[in-house]
Design a protein around this ligand. Structure first.
Ligand SMILES: O=C(O)CCC(=O)C(=O)O
Ligand SMILES: [Fe+2]
Length: 344
């Protein structure tokens, strides 16, 4: 880890005020109904998590990973290791800036958020109710489409933008290659489903999970599935990601130069439920911050998802429904709302 990020570990001024260190009794107050005791004994999943090699894609292994796990590690993805480490360093540097400066640095279409990963389409934090506990995370939300038109004045941000653009191009390539391989393996018609993944919808979220002295009772992100077609994560030295496999939570340890591909709800629907959208969560760390860089890609605006298991819907329909659920119920019902009812 670089000097920069080491120093950031103790820079509490850079934390949003709700995350600054406080006596443990106070910490309890902001953790509400959903802070079940976090089980520290989650087993290490390695080496069981499937590994897929992008340079020699084996469709059978890919299909098996998507069916049995809903996620896999990706190696030989062609992203230069130096690009990944520069991004990580820049992210650490940006996060270590003061909270107030971070708020002023990011304006629409980019945004800086904290306390919740749920954002509206314009990038503003979505109020989750009722009694939803805060997520111990802050992040930058960067839609990749408009990125090239931005002309940031701040030099740190200007070079960050160039790195993100380069990273975004790689991730679009990786996502399209994987999607097309899945479509082939599923025997779907590529012409019909091509618009179900649109590179122009891609965005990157960069997260920092602050230290938390009560790391055993508060989540970075609580259990969820992603709404995307694919989510591609890069986690660095500090682990914390866990996935649900056969009703058991397993740790996903960081591995250098390896990406992690998660299948989202849209991919589950496109695959007629043959593949699954994996449930996952992020645990906090008492001693070290965690930074992750996550790319999400979605269907084209207006592209209809036709599935033997669900009513035809667009991602916009799905997103609007989920945002309503988060506001009114405090949690996502998601795909179940679109499921075709069984007729005998
Ligand atoms: O930070 C991570 O590793 C996971 C982030 C995540 O699950 C999400 O943004 O949906
Ligand atoms: Fe996620």
């Amino acid at each position: 880890m670089s000097e920069l990020s080491n120093s950031a570990e103790h820079n509490f001024e850079s934390y949003p005020p709700i995350f600054r260190r406080r006596p443990e009794s106070q910490t309890q107050n902001i953790d509400t109904a959903f802070t079940d005791a976090i089980n520290d004994d989650v087993p290490d999943s390695d080496p069981a998590i499937p590994v897929i090699d992008l340079q020699c894609l084996n469709l059978d292994s890919l299909g098996e990973a998507c069916r049995d796990w809903g996620l896999f590690r990706l190696v030989n993805h062609g992203i230069p290791p130096a690009l990944l480490s520069h991004l990580q360093d820049h992210a650490s540097k940006l996060f270590s800036l003061s909270f107030e400066f971070k708020q002023s640095l990011f304006s629409s279409p980019l945004s800086y958020f904290w306390g919740t990963p749920a954002l509206t389409p314009s990038g503003a934090a979505l109020q989750r109710g009722p009694q939803k506990s805060i997520s111990w995370v802050e992040g930058f939300n960067v839609p990749l489409g408009p990125l090239s038109q931005l002309e940031p004045e701040d030099p740190v941000f200007a070079s960050f933008r160039l790195l993100l653009e380069e990273y975004g191009k790689h991730l679009a390539r990786v996502a399209t290659t994987i999607f097309e391989a899945m479509v082939m393996k599923l025997n779907l018609n590529l012409v019909e489903v091509k618009s179900n993944l649109s590179e122009s919808t891609g965005y990157v979220r960069i997260y920092r999970y602050p230290l938390h002295s009560m790391a055993n009772s508060t989540w970075g992100l609580d259990a969820h599935t992603d709404s995307s077609v694919l989510s591609i994560l890069s986690q660095y030295e500090v682990g914390g990601l866990e996935v649900l496999k056969d009703n058991k939570w397993l740790q996903v340890k960081p591995m250098s130069n390896t990406l992690l591909v998660n299948l989202g709800d849209m991919m589950q629907a496109i695959s007629n439920d043959e593949y699954k959208s994996v449930e996952h969560r992020v645990k906090l760390n008492k001693h070290r911050e965690r930074i992750s860089i996550c790319y999400f890609v979605f269907p084209d605006e207006g592209s209809v998802i036709r599935s033997s298991k669900y009513k035809p819907f667009t991602y916009s329909d799905f997103r609007a429904r989920v945002q309503e659920e988060l506001k009114t119920l405090g949690f996502k019902v998601g795909l179940r709302n679109f499921k075709l009812t069984q007729t005998s």
